[in-house]
Ligand binder design. Structure first.
Ligand SMILES: NC(=O)c1ccc[n+]([C@@H]2O[C@H](COP(=O)([O-])OP(=O)(O)OC[C@H]3O[C@@H](n4cnc5c(N)ncnc54)[C@H](O)[C@@H]3O)[C@@H](O)[C@H]2O)c1
Length: 402
């Protein structure tokens, strides 16, 4: 074990904040390598009751009612920013000024301009160190990248087994906005591209690029909103949760559903369908990778397996086969408490792997885990989101991504 203890905090104790708290709690128990002792220092949330509940459940020492108290706490080294997207820039800025390492949730920011400002911060503070002399880490939480099944498919793509990938088909269908009485929250504010596209699309766009390399252009974008106003909540809204609402309404500023196609630098064409108003699918993310020599597919509701087909079997028994995560699947061994194939693996485990990767970056520990994405990668996703919004504005015209 490294002798430099790391104190961590989570800002935002909502739906994803609790997952970060869980991730830090587990970060010392997954994977092997010398790793610092992790002190679960504080949870900060303006909803103090929620913050206290999260701190108690995940074993954090203190609760703060505002993120500035985390910035002012000299004992805290590394912080997750897990609040509404419009707050990412001011909080990341305040934390970096206070010498903290930052893991910011996706999408990196509420707007392209904010994301650009965060990359400027990355350039400035990337040259600086924390109080213990460690170079400051600035990163964005692309949690889906950590799925072992997707990493297994990536390995096949990188080894040329698809020869080449021609089509990449991805859907992200959620039902959290189906109910007209789902309360107004930060998720419905922020203009075109900040709705289903920013919230859900940022995940699948990043994963598409993780597998296929950079998107070079987008086209055929269409986006729309079916519920144009939402009732104001009468209590605190956590994640997609429902609370009683008042008769007062406010306009919804962003899209409920969309589609677009894109071209990747590797020549593959991508087809995306994304919705937050998809009845019956609380969290359905699918990926289908197609080429002349192989096909693979993955459904996030079945995180312990993926489908794969190539010419290995004789023609009469050929077909998509179900591959269960196993000791040869990248990232899988050592990622769970019961380290045995077939026992069970799910999306929550990604938060432990992500927290581990972030703290390895901070402490300079090596276990072979890929580092978290940088603010620059977060900005790149925002530039694709902006291009999709522009394509939709121009009736689906092709828009290049720089
Ligand atoms: N990686 C993932 O799988 C994933 C999943 C869901 C959400 N997210 C991302 O996480 C972020 C938060 O989403 P969520 O669904 O958890 O939101 P949420 O609304 O459930 O929680 C946000 C919390 O921030 C708190 N907050 C607001 N202002 C604050 C302040 N000034 N100081 C301290 N706390 C404050 C709120 O009280 C609330 O509890 C977003 O960026 C979202 O895109 C990521």
């Amino acid at each position: 074990m490294s002798d430099q203890r790391l104190s961590v905090a989570v800002i935002g104790a909502g739906m994803a904040g609790r997952a970060h708290a869980y991730g830090y709690r587990q970060s010392g128990s997954v994977f092997d390598s010398s790793f610092p002792d992790v002190r679960l220092a504080a949870i900060a949330d303006m909803n103090v009751e929620l913050g206290q509940d999260t701190a108690r459940r995940y074993g954090f020492e203190k609760t703060y009612s505002d993120w500035t108290e985390v910035a002012q706490d000299p004992e805290i080294d590394a912080v997750s920013v897990v609040v509404g997207n419009a707050l990412h820039l001011p909080i990341a800025k305040g934390l970096l000024e206070a010498g903290k390492h930052v893991l910011c949730e996706k999408p990196l920011a509420g707007t392209l301009e904010d994301a650009e400002a965060m990359v400027e911060l990355e350039k400035e503070y990337g040259q600086k160190t924390d109080a213990a002399g460690r170079p400051l880490v600035t990163s964005v939480g692309y949690t889906v990248r950590r799925m072992p099944a997707l990493n297994a498919i990536k390995q096949k793509i990188d080894s040329g087994d698809f020869d080449p990938v021609t089509n990449f088909i991805s859907t992200y269908l959620c039902d959290y906005s189906c109910d007209e009485k789902a309360p107004m929250s930060w998720r419905y504010k922020g203009g075109p591209g900040s709705g289903a596209l920013g919230d859900l699309g940022s995940h699948v766009i990043d994963t598409g690029e993780y597998l296929n390399g950079p998107v070079t252009s987008v086209r055929g974008a269409y986006m729309d909103t079916i519920y144009k106003q939402r009732h104001l909540p009468l209590g605190a809204v956590v994640g997609h949760g429902h609370v009683e609402v008042s008769d007062e309404v406010e306009p919804v500023e962003n899209e409920d559903f969309l589609t677009f196609t894109c071209t990747f630098a590797n020549g593959a064409v991508g087809t995306y369908t994304i919705s937050r108003v998809a009845f019956g699918t609380p969290n359905s993310q699918t990926y289908h990778v197609v080429g002349p020599r192989a096909q693979a597919s993955f459904d996030i509701t079945k995180p312990g397996e993926y489908m794969y087909d190539d010419a290995q079997a004789a023609p009469d028994t050929r077909g998509q086969r179900r591959v269960i995560l196993n000791g040869d699947t990248p990232l899988y061994p050592n990622s769970c408490a019961m380290d045995a194939p077939g026992v069970g693996w799910n999306y929550n485990d990604n938060f432990a792997i992500q927290a581990r990767a972030f703290l390895e970056q901070v402490s300079g520990t090596q276990s072979g885990l890929a580092p978290c994405g940088s603010f620059a990668e977060g900005l790149h996703t925002l530039s694709i989101i902006q291009a999709i919004a522009e394509s939709a504005e121009q009736s689906g015209a092709e828009v290049a991504v720089s």
